[in-house]
Design a protein around this ligand. Sequence first.
Ligand code: FE2
Length: 293
Amino acid sequence: MTEERGIAMPSIEKHAETSRNRTGRDYLDLHEWMDKDPLTKIQRHDITKIHEYGQMMLDKYGHEGLQEYLQHIHDDLLARFGHVKEDLEKSVQDTLAYFGVSAKPRKSLPSEYETLLVDLELLSQAGVAPEDVIHCQRVCRKALEIASKIDKPLDYDLIARGGLLHDLGKAKGRADDHGFLGAKIGRSMGLPEEILRIMETHVKAGLTPEEARDAGIPEKDYAPETLEEKIVVYADKLVDIIYSADNVVSSADEAEKRFTEILSTHPKLAKSQKAALRQINNHLEIQSMINSI
Ligand SMILES: [Fe+2]
């Protein structure tokens, strides 16, 4: 094991052993390229370079090598965030289950698994605090749960990734501009426009142009429009209620049943009267779709 800020990271030999167990090949030169030179090590683990280095791995080693490169970053991250490891894994497994993908260890990971792992890593590497990463996982799960109760064609992949990444902007702060800032970071990383829209529209269930001006971001209507955007907004608020420090509810069901009352009586959860009204309208719209099944 090697030490990084006092945390035990997997050694090159350990990474090679993991690769050997998974693929039958140790990919030693790949892991040495990642870890051996301390001068290049940080850059080679930089999540923002994943497209550039990923293409390089694909060209040199093929799909399996690309997967081992991603797994190397993943394993390091899990070592670094050991205290949230179980929650990270559970989130990925639960999300996979929603996609109908077997969560058993397999030789070749499905692309959805790789995508979600990269998204989880991206949050942490961008500087989102561990407690906010946990919140993002909860929103991802809750959004998929809500989506599964709605009998309409929905983009589950977008809901999962949007739920996970909606608070990417919290890497820059917790103010009302964090949705806009998250989209800015995401845009620079080449994330799809639909995911950037989820980041921009989730804050206070969609800032008005006036609220946007007050937040210091471009003046426009940030209201969620697509059902995927509205589901993430709803999931975000439900998670806030369910895990509220004030123990507002004792079950997830209660959060949905008492949603209107809670937002009308808890200013901390409502954020503002205008925002509470938008949240309640969104709740009623989504509940009408759930009840109509
Ligand atoms: Fe947020």
